[in-house]
Design a protein around this ligand. Structure first.
Ligand SMILES: NC(=O)c1ccc[n+]([C@@H]2O[C@H](COP(=O)([O-])OP(=O)(O)OC[C@H]3O[C@@H](n4cnc5c(N)ncnc54)[C@H](OP(=O)(O)O)[C@@H]3O)[C@@H](O)[C@H]2O)c1
Length: 328
């Protein structure tokens, strides 16, 4: 497996397995098969409610902790009594008394581990600054080997830099041929942050983005030239850009296919052809809206102004968000 060196020297496998929506009862089989094939990185999150199943799957397969790289994520939903939502619904979501520290500890307990290789902030939440400070403590104690972010745009990362000297090791965000994210990838590389792709084949919301990729003529032509599948071509296109990948599947054929991308290389022309498919739009979550709490400061930045104009600010809900931000 090709390894990527993070900005603090930690080695991370370039390809791993995304586990969101893998049924818990399929976890032992899936992780066992994946491990046999050479997968050593597993991506989870508090939010996926599968950390315990992953811990059990590692035990059931006799896999040693030190032989795998585990990523998990802290989620604001863990701090609230209903599901965490921005805007109108947020009034109903009352902090439940647990602290950010408790929630981080819960992931350690669920995963049954003394250390976590990579801990991410799942989203640019209003309290991301507090989350980052809590992660920093465990990072300095050595219980977390690397810390990073997810769904952060450039201004979110810049805002974080104002309160911390620790540069995120990784930023996990949507990357696909239909949303190539060239400028965010370049920004991350320049800062020493490794981009990690998710949502490439779009697991939910709509099947359309996935169809737009797997049934795309440009990609089908390239795939037939290399005698590979479209999914393999897309993964290889990301691999050659130094991106870390975590395609999700519990289908054994797909697991095999996804890890078989290290025996060929795309030409510069084919890379450019795929780059040119960019539609410049998020196909799934759009983190542009995350401008509450700690991120209120990014509202006037160029990237957000147009979005703000299209989504007039609702000052009452902003105030409520701010109060809740002070609470947890
Ligand atoms: N940080 C975040 O906010 C965030 C958000 C979403 C996801 N993630 C992480 O990123 C991981 C991957 O993202 P994702 O789950 O959105 O989607 P994804 O991996 O981009 O796409 C998953 C879809 O692709 C299909 N697929 C996978 N390999 C295939 C193959 N070789 N041929 C054909 N189809 C294939 C899967 O179907 P089959 O199951 O049938 O193979 C599934 O429907 C997640 O599992 C999670 O760990 C993070």
């Amino acid at each position: 497996m090709k390894m990527i060196t993070l900005n603090n020297g930690v080695q991370m496998p370039q390809l791993g397995l995304g586990t969101f929506l893998i049924p818990n009862e399929e976890m032992t089989r899936t992780i066992g098969e994946a491990y046999e094939m050479g997968y050593r990185q597993f991506d989870t999150a508090w939010k996926y409610k599968n950390e315990k199943a992953i811990c059990q799957a590692l035990k059931d397969n006799g896999i040693k902790r030190e032989d795998v790289f585990l990523t998990t994520k802290i989620n604001a939903a863990a701090l609230n009594r209903g599901q965490y939502k921005y805007g109108r619904r947020s009034i109903l979501n009352i902090p439940n008394g647990r602290t950010i520290k408790d929630v981080i500890q819960e992931s350690f307990d669920n995963l049954g581990t003394e250390y976590i290789d990579l801990f991410l902030i799942h989203y640019p939440y209003p309290n991301a600054d507090k989350m980052w400070k809590a992660l920093e403590v465990l990072y300095k104690e050595g219980r977390i080997k690397a810390i990073g972010v997810s769904n952060f745009l450039q201004p979110h990362i810049d805002a974080l830099a104002e309160i911390s000297d620790i540069v995120p090791a990784v930023n996990q965000f949507e990357i696909s041929p239909l949303n190539t994210q060239k400028s965010l990838i370049k920004y991350c590389h320049n800062k020493g942050i490794v981009p990690q792709a998710m949502f490439t084949f779009s697991h939910f919301r709509s099947i359309e983005p996935r169809k737009g990729i797997v049934e795309n003529d440009v990609l089908l032509n390239i795939a037939s030239k290399y005698n590979k599948s479209v999914v393999q071509i897309v993964l290889r296109w990301m691999q050659q850009q130094g991106i870390i990948m975590i395609p999700k599947t519990w289908n054994i054929e797909h697991l095999k296919e996804n890890i078989s991308i290290f025996d060929f290389a795309l030409t510069n022309e084919d890379m450019a052809m795929i780059d040119s498919m960019d539609g410049g739009k998020f196909l799934n979550y759009n983190p542009l809206g995350q401008q509450q709490g700690f991120f209120r400061k990014v509202r006037q930045r160029e990237e957000f102004v147009e979005w703000n104009a299209e989504h007039p600010s609702n000052s009452l809900f902003d105030i409520i968000d701010l109060i809740r931000y002070k609470l947890f």
